[in-house]
Structure formats: structure tokens, C-alpha cells
Design a protein around this ligand. Structure first.
Ligand code: IMP
Ligand code: MG
Length: 178
């Protein structure tokens, strides 16, 4: 599949991301400080950089697990139909769970994943999304914590891809076609 030429304009610097994660980690710590059974669940693949930075700011006993849900394929539009491609390795019944997502866009992915995980009777579930595009929402859902609200732009970097590229950029940039 070939894609048109584009450039990437920086939207959120690596430094701003790091500063925001410090603040979020303090809030998460306050919420979960009394637990010794926190499972941090990263949604693959977009959250892998965010979850790595976030858990290293959390001074709590945490386990890390991953779940992969299908979303965009290689395009720029949400498929709306969410499928689980890789399930958790561990059990979450009776555990405290923090779901880590890269972007909440239409909201289909996070809402589907939450329903699935809630059916396994965790003690509690909270959610964190690095980015939120509120103007794109089709399902009424909001993460417990959001890193940054952004406009309706297609973004890449810091784990987030366009057609599997640009996940390794240390900052968040927006894609501009040339
Ligand atoms: P939703 O189900 O529409 O909320 O989509 C969520 C998923 O779509 C995210 O986890 C991302 O993987 C992907 N996504 C949404 N917006 C963007 C974007 O701007 N760039 C890359 N991926 C995106
Ligand atoms: Mg995703």
C-alpha cells in the first residue's frame, strides 16, 4: 500500500510530555496508593512508549500486562468494529486495573475494552489516555485522566503510528500532506 507524501509538524514536545506524565503519575499514585494489586494494562501497540514512561514514574507495586484491539488498520479512519487480537496474560478478577490508551478518538476502542474488562469483575478500573480528541467522539466515554486534549488532527510519534511508521519519534507531531 502506498501513501502520499507528508511532513510532520511538532505539536507536543518530548519535554512537555515528560512534565505532564510526572503530574499524572502523582494523581494516579494518590488514587491507588492503598493497593498492592494494581495491574497496568497497555493497549497495543500505540501505548507502548507512554506506558513505559508512566510506570517508571509510579512508585507503587505494579504489574504490567498488554491487550491488543484492532482499530485503524493502515488507514486514518476508525473501523468502529473492535476486535480483540491479543488478550491479557493475567487474571484481573478482584484486582485494581489501570487501562493505558494512546488516543481516545471516536471512543469505540476504549468503550469496547472497558466492557470486556468489566465483565471479568475487577475491584476497580480507571483509564488514562495520553491524548483525547473530544470533537471526534461518537461514543460517550472519557478517560479518568487525559494527558492532552488535541484538535481533530492525525498525529504520530511517542508510540503512535501512521501506517506503522513514526512510532519512534520522541515527540507528538501532526501529519501534514504535501
Ligand atoms: P477510537 O476507537 O476511534 O477511539 O480510536 C482509538 C484508536 O485509534 C487509538 O488507540 C489509536 O490507535 C487510533 N488513532 C486515533 N487517532 C489517531 C491518530 O491521530 N493517529 C494515529 N492513530 C490514531
Ligand atoms: Mg490504539
Amino acid at each position: 500500500m502506498s501513501h502520499p507524501a507528508y511532513v510532520i509538524d511538532e505539536l507536543i514536545s518530548a519535554k512537555s510530555i515528560a512534565a505532564r506524565i510526572e503530574t499524572l503519575a502523582r494523581e494516579i499514585h494518590d488514587r491507588f496508593k492503598d493497593t498492592d494489586k494494581l495491574v497496568v494494562v497497555g493497549l497495543l501497540r500505540g501505548s507502548f512508549v507512554f506506558i513505559a514512561d508512566l510506570v517508571r514514574e509510579l512508585d507503587l507495586p505494579v504489574e504490567v500486562d498488554f491487550l491488543e484491539a484492532s482499530s485503524y488498520g493502515d488507514g486514518m479512519e476508525s473501523s468502529r468494529e473492535v476486535r480483540i487480537l491479543k488478550d491479557l496474560r493475567g487474571e484481573i478478577g478482584g484486582r485494581d486495573v489501570l487501562v493505558v490508551e494512546d488516543i481516545v478518538d471516536t471512543g469505540f476502542t476504549l468503550s469496547h475494552v472497558l466492557h470486556l474488562l468489566e465483565s471479568r469483575s475487577p475491584a476497580r478500573i480507571e483509564t488514562i489516555a495520553l491524548l483525547d480528541k473530544p470533537t471526534r467522539r461518537e461514543v460517550d466515554i472519557k478517560a479518568t485522566w487525559t494527558g492532552f486534549e488535541i484538535p481533530d488532527e492525525f498525529v504520530v510519534g511517542y508510540g503512535i503510528d501512521y501506517a506503522q511508521r513514526n512510532r519512534n519519534l520522541p515527540y507528538i507531531g501532526k501529519v501534514r500532506f504535501t
